[in-house]
Design a protein around this ligand. Structure first.
Ligand code: AAL
Length: 425
């Protein structure tokens, strides 16, 4: 008897709650014609809730951390007609010093294009960034560059980076300059793209650069996510310390996972302590960040579940998606005027360097080139053209993403089966 009473109470309560929900939704009327800038006092769907809770503004054009990206060819760099023997890639953040912009980058100049790990030797590169040095260039406008030559040479064996020194970034700290870079002690691709991080220092951005000749950010312990590769060291100054964000490739090919972590030190030469919550960013490839207001923003592109996003961490550790965008710069290395100011009000960015890899779309002549990008991710600029919702592509951009032979065969087989079945009816 009691059981039946309980059961009927539950059924009645459920019915009332359904009617109530229906009644409440019905009473609030339709959503307003003008999209409210603030979250309206009404019941919202999950998606509508999200545009008011997860993003700076419900519409991209009003979102300071949304931007399109525009690209410009650089002048001043020779690439041997893109025959694959010269490559420039993975630029550093841009530094402004004594009226000139400075960039550093991976420079490869080898007798052949990359030939893979099995065919490489002391002069033949395994990969586009094998047997490379760190070179630098200066500019007064960010479009026309004057290559200055080598900044960091490959050291003698067995010093860190003897095989290749690549993928550098710049730190200015207490009047001195530090270049962090990947120091390869074996050809990339022998096992994987394995390397730790090394550092050199100078009193001037023009050098001379003194190698520390020690590993400054070491690979993780065996079985840890970053046990093989510490890539794309990216220094910023925050909370009176040096914050170096970095990437690691982990897991097994062909399903490499690329995520980003953080190592922190009080001194540019270390010791660096890795953050216990690493990895901090679940997607992206090279590291590209900038102080924004009290936190730090990140350009997250290319790989992972949250690629093509701009993310933000108020505490410099826990990142949230701030906007979704497209056609993002690869290996973006912005000009970040306040990168080393330990600012509590990061002003943001409007331009920087990036790269195009495999510029010929020909794996037998693989080489990369530097490019400039512009954007509006700044508190001090409002450029509506950079806040347009969509990038308008010409039709050939879509046709170039054509079906592979394998996909066409799959589609044709499916179609043939359908026609056969329909003919039997
Ligand atoms: C780049 C960077 C690192 C990798 C290779 C060269 O895009 O992620 O530098 O090692 O690719």
């Amino acid at each position: 008897m009691l059981k039946n009473i309980l059961l009927s109470v539950i059924v009645l309560a459920t019915a009332i709650s359904c009617v109530q929900t229906k009644t409440e939704t019905k009473d609030q009327g339709g959503f307003p014609f003008i999209l409210p800038k603030e979250k309206p006092a009404r019941e919202l769907s999950a998606a509508m809730e999200r545009i008011y809770t997860d993003y700076v503004s419900p519409q991209p054009q009003d979102n300071e951390l949304f931007s399109q990206f525009k690209y410009s060819e650089l002048k001043g760099f020779d690439y041997n007609n893109y025959d694959g023997t010269i490559s420039r890639r993975d630029p550093s953040k841009t530094l402004f010093h004594n009226g000139k912009y400075y960039i550093w980058y991976t420079y490869r100049n080898t007798p052949t294009p990359p030939q893979g790990a099995d065919k490489c030797n002391d002069t033949i590169p395994s990969a586009d960034w094998d047997l490379s040095e760190i070179w630098y260039a200066t500019s007064t406008d960010g479009f026309n560059w004057e290559e200055q030559g080598v900044a960091i040479e490959r050291p003698e064996k067995p010093n860190v980076g003897w095989r290749s020194v690549t993928t550098t970034d710049i730190l200015k700290w207490k009047g001195k300059y530090y270049l962090y870079y990947q120091g390869f002690m074996q050809a990339s691709g022998k096992r994987g793209d394995d390397c730790p991080v090394a550092v050199s220092y100078a009193d001037s951005p023009d050098g001379p650069w003194t190698p520390y000749n020690k590993i400054v950010i070491a690979n993780g312990a065996e079985g840890e996510w970053d046990q093989y590769s510490i890539h794309d060291p990216y220094p910023l100054v925050h909370d009176g310390k040096i914050y170096i964000y970095y990437k690691s490739d982990f897991g097994e090919k062909p399903h490499l996972v690329r995520m980003q972590g953080l190592a922190i030190a009080d001194d540019p030469l270390g010791p660096f302590t890795k953050h216990p919550l690493n990895p901090l960013i679940t997607s992206g490839h090279e590291t590209s960040l900038f102080p924004f207001k009290e936190g730090v923003a990140a350009l997250v592109y290319k790989d992972g579940p949250e690629h093509n996003t701009i993310q933000y961490a108020k505490d410099w550790v826990n990142f949230e998606i701030a906007s979704i965008t497209e056609l993002m710069p690869y290996a973006a290395a912005p000009y970040v005027p306040d990168a080393f100011d330990d600012t509590k009000d990061g002003r943001g960015i409007t331009w920087g360097m990036a790269h195009f890899i495999n510029v010929n779309s020909d794996w037998d002549r693989f080489c990369s080139k530097l490019v400039r990008f512009d954007c509006d991710l700044s508190q001090d600029v409002h450029d509506p053209e950079m806040k347009a919702h969509r990038v308008v592509h010409k039709t050939d951009v879509y046709y170039r993403q054509g079906l592979s032979e394998k996909q066409r065969q799959r589609i044709n087989q499916k179609n043939t089966q359908l026609l056969k079945v329909s003919s039997l009816k």
